[in-house]
Write a new protein. Structure first.
Length: 184
């Protein structure tokens, strides 16, 4: 009989805490604002997976956008990836071509591949999101190994299916093109 006391107490505490959490939700937090829903498949350890559900929010005007990624839209789905979406005008100046080729991908190429879908926005807002994201690069951290019950601490860089490594000339031309005209 004693074995059943702890689960009962835990359930009671969770129900008591819910109203407190509802009050906290009204207060601003970094967890708010992941409202842009996008789906796209990724390559993880050489295997095509997904599509992953990206829930994104801008955190800086360049833009820098951060996304939390899930394999399903189930409310209890574990977060399996994180993607950072960063303006090419920032990434192409701060990282080397070798780093870019290994870990980053061009969202213009990914969007033009037809594998990306934006959900829940008007056609006009979808077009605005797509045009903005075309000016960015992405970096994806895969945190939860496939078929594992829990994250293991092993993380890998996932990649867009459409990723194409750039030559030095291509990288430099894109870097120059992404810079404001006054900085060229």
């Amino acid at each position: 009989m004693r074995r059943h006391v702890f689960p009962s107490v835990l359930v009671a505490v969770l129900f008591l805490v819910q109203p407190i959490n509802a009050q906290e939700e009204a207060m601003p937090s970094p967890a708010q604002g992941f409202d842009i829903h996008v789906t796209a498949p990724h390559v993880v350890n050489g295997e095509v997976m997904g599509p992953f559900h990206h829930y994104c929010k801008p955190i800086s005007p360049e833009p820098i956008i951060q996304c939390i990624l899930f394999e399903t839209t189930d409310p209890g789905a574990p977060m399996t990836e994180i993607e950072y979406i960063v303006a090419k005008s920032v990434t192409r100046d701060l990282i080397s071509r070798e780093q870019w080729n290994e870990a980053w991908h061009d969202h213009l190429v990914e969007i033009e591949s037809g594998r990306v879908a934006v959900h829940g926005l008007s056609d006009e807002d979808t077009a605005k999101v797509v045009e903005l994201v075309k000016t960015t690069d992405g970096l994806i951290f895969h945190l939860w190994p496939k078929d594992s019950r829990i994250p293991t601490g092993d993380s890998v860089i996932a990649q867009a299916i459409s990723h194409v490594p750039l030559s030095e000339e291509e990288f430099e031309a894109q870097r120059q093109a992404s810079m404001p005209a006054s900085d060229r």
